[in-house]
Design a protein around this ligand. Structure first.
Ligand code: ZN
Ligand code: ZN
Length: 186
């Protein structure tokens, strides 16, 4: 699957935002305005001005909308959720090559709040995945004590665990056991 660079970045932002929620297993890590500033800077969300409690609430709301998309039982439900999300954000597609990046489309409207910015651009990245028929790549870790979100970019959509240290290791151990079993059988 070919995912454009900016879509991939937007998907990383979706997943990282979702994993700031208590469901991510580390408690609420988007608990105050400074942590929102840190998130926005860490994810190079451009054109964001001063942030306040209202932005924090709105971004957390967007975060739960992303979670609903991940949890959607079918493509039609996911499409409806993404449509609502993107429509609410008021998108204005615009080609740009800012900061040395190649041409790509920004979807957020000029002067959009950070929440609308995330809803527009990340919502369109999710739309892209749905259009590509790759919705099942939007996953949550299957480790029993971990519900972290991730996007499975593996060739055969076989990834089951997030890349946190514990779960990543679990994956390695499982692969190691499978190889040993194969070796023993052969
Ligand atoms: Zn950009
Ligand atoms: Zn995990």
């Amino acid at each position: 699957m070919l995912i454009p660079h900016d879509t991939r970045i937007a998907l990383d932002t979706v997943v990282d935002l979702m994993n700031t929620a208590p469901e991510g297993g580390r408690g609420e890590t988007l608990g105050d305005v400074p942590s929102l500033y840190a998130f926005v800077e860490g994810h190079q969300v451009s054109g964001v001005g001063e942030l306040g409690p209202r932005d924090l609430r709105a971004v957390r709301e967007v975060r739960s909308r992303f979670a609903e998309v991940f949890a959607a039982p079918d493509a039609r439900t996911a499409a409806m959720l993404i449509n609502q999300l993107v429509a609410g954000a008021g998108t204005t597609p615009q080609l740009t090559d800012h900061d040395g990046y190649d041409w790509h489309v920004h979807y957020f409207a000029p002067g959009a709040s950070v929440a609308d910015h995330l809803a527009a651009d990340c919502g369109m990245a999710l739309a892209f995945i749905l259009v590509a028929g790759e919705r099942e790549r939007l996953r949550r870790c299957e480790a029993p004590d971990c519900r972290r979100a991730f996007v499975d970019l593996s060739r055969n959509r076989s990834r089951r665990y997030c890349d946190s240290r514990t779960c990543g290791n679990r994956l390695h151990v499982a692969a190691y056991r499978a190889r040993r079993k194969d070796a023993a059988a052969g």
